[in-house]
Ligand binder design. Structure first.
Ligand code: NOJ
Length: 528
């Protein structure tokens, strides 16, 4: 395949380690478990595995509260297990991407324990400490992403510390040069072990307003929406100086060969693209979550793709994401039928696709009984629909007990239909969503136009979104029916004579198409 960098033509697959494969019978997934499923991943046709945090952690936010940046949580295994995993990943020609969580640590991290021990401790400034207002109230009006004030008072030292997430996740101070250096050493530790890159957690949060000004109210907010949205996040994130911090991380990676820096960023397109950095000195791939956030119809999607393509800086490589561990499952959001169209869209657009484990078997929302809720956000702001557990449930492998995920009761419930919705059953069905994913992945791998070709919107109307991909004489035309109604797409004579290379219904292969094509409800096709 193409002589372009692996993270441009490759496909990233996100694993939520607690839920992929348990190897030691405790109901929670682990590193040995992941290693035992690498043949599945290689065979599926992905290129890189990104694993959510596996570091020592009190698990207040399931690993996004790190207590040691250079260790492995015993729940997931040992450093030897990690070394084994990376060797096995590389042996199969795959890449391994780690989650790096630099905005905040756990309150149990030795750095924070030191920092809170006294105002004069050398690590005091590694975190964000501020005096109370004269009336004793928090330094400003900033709200935590999980609800409530973002400031926690520390009785012993008489100051507040800032936490953009849980109070167990104090924010680190990236304006402090020693902290930066310590974090760069963390990156080097893993790079020296051979990891192929990082997905950087909430990268747009790393720098806050130097004066800690109040955020203005959001006039569009109403109760029932997350409390964090009651204020416009003008001063608490996306500050100009963050780009220098990211460029610093990038320089660390650039000392190694072929490593990728992916940034988690929830911002509108025009802000998002600034994270490629000046002269592309920032993130290689600022995560583009628009397919997660958009209304699911042809016009909205056509518009957002065009706007994104137009907004990219020269040389900036696009990327697309359909789901992750913080968002409702795609199959739950748009339904099982459209989830197949979404798969075709994700894997034919221009730019690196990131898949979320389980989407390839059509895993949908799994209801969590109240007594089994795990997500701290749900616990903080209950009943409003913010629970992230339903999208974090165990991977379903086969028809055996606990769907082959574990020999014990899993930490989160399986989908009730796991006897049918599992890898083994779907692999045996040539028309299943899993078979579709496999074929899409293979087609993308074997078609330069799809992997690295240009993108051009093709004018259509009604519920159809169509675009072409070109690389030299290699071309593909993608035509997607974003509705549950049958429709006919008029393509124009320029496309006469193409043949169906793949339909989401996994039939019609080789059918010749004229200037029009009839599409069944929820059908997408790749022509070439
Ligand atoms: C984004 C992560 O994806 C999410 O799971 C986590 O809760 C927050 N960042 C805080 O680290």
């Amino acid at each position: 395949m193409p002589a372009s960098t692996w993270w441009k033509h490759g496909i990233v697959y996100q694993i939520y380690p607690r839920s992929f494969q348990d190897s030691n019978g405790d109901g929670v997934g682990d590193l040995r478990g992941i290693a035992s499923r690498l043949d599945y991943l290689a065979d599926l046709g992905i290129d890189a595995v990104w694993i959510s945090p596996i570091y020592p952690s009190p698990m207040a936010d399931f690993g996004y509260d790190v207590a040691d940046y250079c260790g492995i949580h015993p729940l997931f295994g040992t450093m030897a297990d990690f070394d084994h995993l990376i060797a096995e990943v590389h042996r199969r020609g795959l890449k391994l991407i780690l989650d790096f969580v630099p905005n905040h640590s756990s309150d149990q991290h030795p750095w924070f324990v030191e920092s809170r021990s006294s105002r004069s401790n050398p690590k005091r400034d590694w975190y964000i400490w501020r005096d109370p207002k004269p009336d004793g109230s928090p330094p400003n009006n900033w709200v935590s992403n999980f609800g409530g004030s973002a400031w926690q008072f520390d009785e012993a030292s008489g100051q507040y510390y800032y936490h953009a997430f849980l109070r167990e996740q104090p924010d680190l101070n990236w304006r402090n040069p020693e902290l930066r250096e310590a974090m760069h050493d963390v990156l080097r530790f893993w790079l020296d072990k051979g990891v192929d890159g990082f997905r950087v957690d909430v990268i747009w949060h790393l720098i806050k307003d130097a004066e800690f000004r109040d955020n203005p109210p959001n006039p569009a907010w109403h109760p029932g929406r997350p409390e964090i949205e009651s204020l416009l996040q003008v001063y608490s994130n996306d500050q100009e100086e963050v780009h220098e911090v990211i460029a610093g991380m990038r320089r660390v990676l650039d000392d190694y060969q072929d490593r990728v820096l992916i940034g988690e960023i929830y911002l509108p397109t025009e802000r998002l693209v600034t994270y490629y950095g000046k002269d592309l000195s920032g993130a290689h791939l600022p995560f583009n979550f628009q397919l997660i956030q958009t209304a699911w119809n042809a016009r909205a999607i056509a518009r957002l793709v065009d706007e994104y393509e137009a907004a990219l800086p020269a040389g900036g490589w696009p990327n697309w994401v359909l789901g992750n561990h913080d968002q409702p499952r795609i199959a739950a959001r748009i339904g099982a039928e459209q989830a197949r169209v979404a798969a075709m869209l994700l894997l034919t657009l221009r730019g690196t696709p990131t898949m979320y484990y389980g989407d390839e078997i059509g895993l949908a929302r799994v209801e969590i009984p109240p007594e089994r809720v795990q997500d701290p956000w749900e616990k903080n702001e209950p009943g409003l629909g913010f629970n992230r557990d339903p999208a974090r449930t165990p991977m379903q492998w086969d028809g055996s007990g606990h769907a082959g995920f574990s020999t014990a009761e899993p930490w989160l419930p399986l989908a009730p239909d796991h006897a049918a919705t599992n890898v083994a059953a779907l692999a045996a069905d040539p028309r299943s969503i899993l078979s579709l994913y496999r074929q899409l992945l293979a087609l993308r791998r074997n078609t330069r136009a799809l992997a690295i070709g240009t993108y051009r919107a093709v004018q259509t109307d009604g519920p159809v979104f169509a675009f072409s991909r070109m690389y030299g004489s290699d071309q593909a035309l993608v035509v997607l029916n974003l509705s549950g109604e049958q429709t006919t797409a008029t393509l124009g004579s320029a496309w006469d004579g193409l043949r169906v290379r793949l339909s989401t219904h996994l039939d019609r292969f080789g059918e010749e198409v004229g200037s029009e094509i009839a599409l069944r409800p929820n059908e997408g096709v790749v022509l070439g």
